[in-house]
Design a protein around this ligand. Structure first.
Ligand code: ADP
Ligand code: MG
Length: 338
């Protein structure tokens, strides 16, 4: 086996020897004869896929098509005619959606309830107001935030098997779970094919299928490097942090994870939270929720979802949940494990 090439992408995917780095830049991978590697842009992020096995080629192609369809048909609030776009356009009315979209939104509501509303997809109007990551950010005025906050509330969303209704003035945003959902969709496709193992990264979420892989956790101070690695065995892993999308105004930093109680970026002593569990959607939602909740408040939630996590604090200490301790390795001298 030899190192095939070095690429610059937003996440790293490597089986054996090297690491998949969440939110990272440099990317090494190892090419074996039946391994298909592909990097492309979809869902507004970089997708890196490395699949080996007899059907690797076919699975790679089907996954790319499915991911593009997922965004345009279901998840994007920007894509005209997607399920989410229609739900928002018809706020106050029952909207027919695919069974999958209804189930994903239902699951998101469960996680909202279990996180006491820290995770809440009805922050849509606020995320549009802040527009963080757009390059056109302006500090919103307090009054507007206050007004929009009145309509935030997951309890007002009604879901059946095939329909979703939000309250008249609400808008939903599935940005915190889209990449995790993609990991679940990819897993279902891989199961249909003769595939040995796969590592697929969708922005800050990675699916490890088949073999174990070592995944790097980005250093929040320099996200092109990693500060630790975790062994992931046939599960998904997601990171939420304050360093990926943010802007600065009046000498302060504003990141993209909003506290649904204040309408402002969550105030926390955390730089990032990485969550590992069976479901990509759960990992993605939980990493966002835990970032807002903070370390102590997160532990019960993680237990309920049988998830493990790595918390990186702003004082350069790191906490790792018990079930992950044997699979976690610090690789940077700038951090210490609590
Ligand atoms: P990323 O999308 O960078 O991987 P996350 O998974 O943490 O990061 O999702 C952050 C995105 O989720 C935001 O850009 C926004 O669209 C949405 N969001 C922000 N705050 C919340 C929240 N409290 N609950 C649910 N979604 C949120
Ligand atoms: Mg998330």
């Amino acid at each position: 086996m030899k190192k095939a090439k070095k690429k610059v992408v937003s996440i790293v995917a490597v089986v054996l020897c090297a690491a998949v780095v969440i939110g990272l830049v440099s990317y090494d991978y190892i090419k074996s004869s039946n391994e298909v590697n592909k990097t492309y842009i979809a869902m507004g992020t970089v997708i890196s896929s490395s699949i080996s096995g007899k059907d690797a080629e076919k699975a790679t192609a089907e996954i790319e098509e499915a991911i593009n369809g997922l965004e345009t048909a279901c998840l994007s609030w920007r894509a005209e005619e997607s399920d989410v776009w229609r739900i928002n356009l018809n706020a106050g009315k029952d909207v027919s959606v695919s069974r999958e979209t209804a189930a994903w939104i239902g699951r998101a509501l469960d996680i909202s309830a279990d996180s006491d509303g820290a995770f809440d997809i009805t922050v849509g109007k606020l995320t549009q107001l802040w527009n963080i990551g757009s390059g056109k950010e302006k500090l919103p005025d307090k009054e507007t935030i206050k007004v929009l906050l009145e309509d935030v509330g997951y309890k007002k969303v009604m879901v059946s098997n095939t329909s979703v209704k939000i309250d008249s003035f609400q808008a939903i945003d599935l940005g915190a779970i889209g990449k995790g959902i993609a990991c679940d969709v990819i897993r279902d496709i891989l199961k249909e094919y003769d595939v040995k193992d796969a590592v697929i990264s969708v922005g800050g979420s990675v699916l490890i299928f088949g073999n174990k892989a070592s995944v790097g956790i980005a250093n929040p101070d320099n996200s092109s490097q990693y500060m630790a690695t975790v062994e992931v065995d046939n599960q998904s892993i997601s990171t939420s942090g304050d360093y990926e999308r943010f802007f600065e105004a009046e000498g302060k930093k504003y990141h993209h994870i909003l506290d649904p109680e204040s309408g402002y970026p969550a105030v926390t002593d955390l730089r990032s939270v990485t969550v590992i569990c069976d479901s990509g959607l759960d990992c993605d939602a939980l990493s966002t929720a835990c970032f807002i909740l903070g370390y102590r408040e997160s532990l019960e939630l993680l237990e309920k979802y049988e998830a493990q996590a790595v918390f990186v604090f702003d004082n350069h200490t790191v906490s790792v949940t018990d079930g992950l301790k044997n699979d976690f390795k610090l690789t940077s001298n700038d951090y210490t494990v609590e």
